[in-house]
Design a protein. Structure first.
Length: 267
């Protein structure tokens, strides 16, 4: 029971009545404008709307990053097949070079031609790529696009890297050794050029990915700053502006109580 001061109203000296006054005062304090600001600090400080906007941008950033990652994976996968095709063509060059030395029998030449043909089949299988995945090595004139944003779309031209596209199906090691070497050398140059082209597209997408990572880091930093400081500072400012109103409420609470009672209530 709180100690109470003597006053001229015996009803207020009743501890039950006094406790009821305290309870009612507590309810009033709970429903002041300060409590409303504290319970909804994010909304009244603008923190909620700012965080929502940043979250939208973070979601867009993630979507764009996923698109860029898919584009990079597509190039990497097809470039892996291109490297294997280049290895097969190098083997073809070795076969063609053997025919230019001379002194080979007809049977030996035909055997080299058979090996050459087998390599051509393996090249065609590699150019097919993975079923269901974008294919860059199967035909000329095609295009795969990676739309990062309305202002950045990376177009990747396809190139026919089959034995037919590289004209390796026309090679005749038995009757035209020098012509065979020329065709194989041209195929090697064509492969090298397309490899350089794919590398340039990889660099473009890498740059886009780096820019998106920088943007995401900045957005996360902004989000963290808003959530950790904005609402708190806004509420402190609001409560400071209402200090006089709160003081009046607390003074009213002390009107008929002792010092111990006031301190207990404030605590």
């Amino acid at each position: 029971m709180f100690p109470i001061e003597n006053n001229s109203y015996s009803m207020l000296n009743n501890p039950l009545v006094l406790n009821g006054v305290y309870a009612g005062l507590g309810i009033r304090i709970d429903h002041t404008i300060a409590s409303m600001f504290l319970d909804n600090a994010g909304f009244f400080s603008g923190q909620t709307s700012s965080s929502a906007s940043i979250q939208i941008m973070l979601n867009e950033n993630k979507s764009k990053s996923n698109l860029v990652s898919s584009g990079l994976s597509m190039i990497q996968e097809n470039n892996g097949y291109l490297v294997q095709i280049a290895d097969k063509v190098d083997d073809m060059k070795s076969l063609a070079d053997q025919t230019t030395v001379g002194g080979l029998t007809q049977e030996q030449l035909e055997d080299l031609q058979d090996q050459f043909g087998q390599l051509a089949l393996e090249i065609d299988q590699l150019a097919q790529g993975t079923f269901g995945h974008p294919r860059l090595l199967l035909q000329d004139g095609g295009q795969e696009s990676v739309s990062v944003s309305t202002s950045l779309t990376v177009n990747i031209e396809t190139h026919d890297m089959t034995s037919s596209g590289l004209k390796l199906d026309q090679v005749d090691l038995v009757n035209d050794a020098s012509g065979a070497v020329a065709v194989v050398n041209a195929a090697i140059t064509e492969i090298d050029n397309y490899s350089i082209y794919l590398e340039s597209k990889t660099n473009t997408l890498d740059a886009a990915q780096t820019a998106l990572e920088v943007q995401r880091t900045s957005l996360l930093a902004a989000q963290s700053a808003i959530e950790s400081t904005s609402a708190a500072m806004a509420v402190v400012s609001m409560l400071a502006g209402m200090a006089s109103n709160h003081a009046a409420v607390f003074l009213a609470a002390q009107a008929n109580t002792s010092t111990d009672t006031a301190l207990a209530l404030l605590q």
